[in-house]
Design a protein around this ligand. Structure first.
Ligand code: 5GP
Length: 207
C-alpha cells in the first residue's frame, strides 16, 4: 500500500474554511483529518475530539516539552498544534490526511521539507472577510480587527503554497481541491507500476 497524501490547508479567519472542510468531509468520506490540539475555548457547535482536542495551556506546554508536535504555533493569542504520531500513522496506513495549519505552521513544515500538497484558501476581498467574521457573531470587535490584521499578514505569505484558491463559492472550492488531489496522484513522481510486465519495462526506462 502506498503512503497517503498529506493535504496542508491554510485559510485566514473568515475565509470559510470550516464550511469548506465540512463539505470536503461529505464529498470525500475517506479523507482523514489530523485533529489539532488547542488552548482556545470550544465554540458553539464544536465537538471535543472532532474539531479539536481542547486542552489547557499547561497540558499544551507539556506536549511541547515531550516533542509531541509536528509543529505548533500561537495564533490569535491561543496555542494550536498538530501531533506527530496520529498524522504519521494515518499517512503510513495509506490514508489521505488533511492538516489545517496557519502560516506559521506551514513555515515550520516547509523548513523540514515535509511532503504534502500545500493549499491556501483566500477570501474574495478583505471586505468580504470582515463581513463573514462579523456575521459569525462569536467574535468581539477587537478580535475581528486582530483576525483581519493577522489575515492580511497571512495572505502576503501566499508563495509558500503550491496552490491558491479564492473561496467565491464553497462547492467550486471543494471541487477544485478534489481536482488538485486527483492530479497530484497521477504525477510521474508518484507512479507505481500496476503489473510486473510494466515494472520490467520501466527498469529499462529512458529519460
Ligand atoms: P480557529 O480558532 O478559527 O479554529 O483557528 C485559528 C487558526 O489556527 C486557523 O488559521 C487555523 O488554520 C489554525 N490552526 C488550527 N489548527 C492548527 C494547528 O494544529 N497548527 C497551526 N499552526 N495552526 C492551526
Amino acid at each position: 500500500m502506498g503512503k497517503g497524501f498529506a493535504i496542508i490547508l491554510s485559510a485566514p479567519s473568515g475565509t470559510g474554511k470550516t464550511t469548506t472542510c465540512n463539505l470536503l468531509r461529505e464529498k470525500l468520506p475517506d479523507l482523514k483529518f489530523a485533529i489539532s490540539h488547542t488552548t482556545r475555548t470550544i465554540r458553539n457547535g464544536e465537538k471535543e475530539g472532532v474539531d479539536y482536542f481542547f486542552i489547557t495551556q499547561k497540558e499544551f506546554e507539556d506536549k511541547i516539552k515531550n516533542n509531541d508536535f509536528l509543529e505548533w504555533a500561537c495564533v490569535h493569542n491561543f496555542y494550536y498544534g498538530t501531533s506527530i504520531q496520529p498524522a504519521n500513522t494515518l499517512l503510513k496506513n495509506g490514508c489521505d490526511t488533511l492538516l489545517e495549519l496557519d502560516v506559521q505552521g506551514v513555515e515550520t513544515l516547509r523548513k523540514t521539507q515535509y511532503q504534502g500538497i500545500y493549499i491556501l484558501l483566500l477570501p474574495p476581498s478583505i471586505e468580504e472577510m470582515k463581513a463573514r467574521l462579523t456575521k459569525r457573531g462569536t467574535n468581539s470587535e477587537e478580535s475581528i480587527l486582530r483576525r483581519i490584521e493577522t489575515g492580511k499578514r497571512e495572505i502576503k505569505k501566499y508563495k509558500m503554497y503550491d496552490y491558491v484558491i479564492t473561496n467565491h463559492e464553497v462547492e467550486n472550492t471543494v471541487d477544485t481541491i478534489l481536482s488538485i488531489l486527483q492530479a497530484e496522484k497521477v504525477k510521474v513522481s508518484h507512479y507505481s507500476p500496476p503489473s510486473p510486465d510494466i515494472e520490467e519495462l520501466l527498469k529499462d526506462g529512458v529519460d
